[in-house]
Design a protein around this ligand. Structure first.
Ligand code: NAD
Length: 355
């Protein structure tokens, strides 16, 4: 069954890491290295069972391939999961041992933060391997990815506005922003500066207060955000927010935000197109954080992190989104499928060139 799954999505390598003495059970998935090293964070999660962990690491590593490829990065997709409770079962010896497994892969897989694994944990991993990116507070680090993600999402949104309203100016548009957390905080700064009217929501009162104080935005109750009449609906909180319950309520022309996995399923992608709502594929518009870290890795030829180069690349998310929307319109396809197709074309070309 495992090889069948690997074959169906052209996975290259799956590594099971085990050391009882330090409580390590981990899986590293290298989806593809056809464009470059397989980069992706390490997640620590208390999975229900091994099957759930395996499914997650495969899905997430493939997702990283797509995000890197659509963004023009010369990186493949990888991911690691450590099975266990990050609050009670994590320890430096376990993380160092995990680092040894990463090192054994010789740079095929490069690890970073994810849910349950923070910068301090990565420091323990780094005692055993060079192949780690995104440790905050150390020299040459790219730091918090949220400003870059906000900057890229803003430019992706402008590309959507151009396609939907004929101008990339957001001035005078009403933008409903779901979630006012790390990314949204930076995103809203650009929206407000350009003269958009922002209506936001969050489930955390302190986060709401921070955004209202800084930007003077209007807010609504979390569940009311789907009913706001707006030009752009921007999900920046959770996944699967475009689903059969919420989609019919949307009064918008565009869905464009930084949240991962916004569509519950492919059906919602088709339905958005049917209703004439332009959807910016999530992994294309929210790639700013990954792009930012790319400029830490020396991949782009520079020595150490370059914020200027990273943000210039994030700005090009606007062109990427525009290209997806244009081709989708020309080929009469939903935008989420168009993005996948563009990635698959790039991968096929690279595979053919390697042969
Ligand atoms: P965050 O945790 O800082 O912010 C998310 C906010 O959403 C929080 O303030 C939370 O209270 C709020 N929220 C949760 N449930 C909500 C609900 N039902 N309604 C309204 N608000 C709700 O996270 P973030 O780093 O800003 O990331 C936001 C989204 O963007 C996530 O889906 C994340 O996976 C994705 N993303 C983030 C980055 C990045 O650079 N941080 C990069 C790519 C994708």
């Amino acid at each position: 069954m495992v090889f069948q799954k690997l074959a169906s999505d052209q996975f290259e390598q799956l590594v099971f890491c085990h050391d009882e003495s330090v409580g390590l059970k981990a899986i590293i998935s290298v989806h593809t290295t056809v464009l470059g090293p397989a980069v992706g964070g390490c997640r620590m999660w208390n999975y229900k069972d091994e099957q759930e962990a395996l499914t997650d690491v495969l899905r997430l590593s493939k997702g990283m391939t797509y995000k890197a490829a659509i963004s023009g990065l010369n990186w493949g997709g990888g991911k690691a999961v450590i099975l266990g409770d990050s609050k009670t079962q994590k320890n430096p010896a376990m993380l160092a041992r995990f680092g040894e497994y990463v090192e054994r892969l010789g740079g095929t897989y490069v690890t970073a933060k994810d849910v349950g694994i923070g910068s301090d944990d990565l420091k323990a991993v780094k005692t055993r391997t060079r192949h780690v990116l995104g440790i905050d507070g150390v020299a040459g680090s790219s730091g918090d990815p949220s400003p870059a993600t906000g900057w890229g999402t803003y430019h992706g949104m402008k590309a959507c506005a151009k396609a939907a309203f004929g101008t990339d100016s957001l001035k005078g548009l009403t933008i409903a922003v779901q979630g006012l957390g790390s990314v949204a905080y930076y995103l809203i700064e650009h929206l407000v500066a350009e003269g958009a009217k922002v209506i936001g929501c969050d489930v955390d009162q302190a986060v709401i207060d921070r955004a209202v104080k800084k930007y003077g935005i209007e807010t609504v109750r979390p569940d009311a955000i789907y009913d706001v009449a707006c030009d752009i609906f921007s999900p920046n909180a959770l996944g699967a927010v475009i689903n059969p319950e919420t989609l019919p309520r949307l009064k918008t022309k565009v869905v464009a935000g930084a949240a991962n996995n916004q569509l519950l399923s492919a059906a919602e992608g088709h339905e958005l197109m049917k209703r004439g709502i332009l959807y910016a594929p999530d992994y294309a518009i929210n790639a700013g954080g990954l792009i930012n870290i790319y400029y830490e890795g020396g991949q782009a030829g520079q020595n150490g992190y370059s914020k200027e180069a990273a943000f210039a690349h994030c700005e090009r998310i606007g062109q990427t989104v525009a290209q997806i929307l244009e081709r989708a319109a020309a080929e009469k396809k939903p935008t989420f499928l168009m993005a996948d197709q563009i990635v698959e074309e790039r991968l096929a070309k690279a595979r053919a060139a390697k042969k």
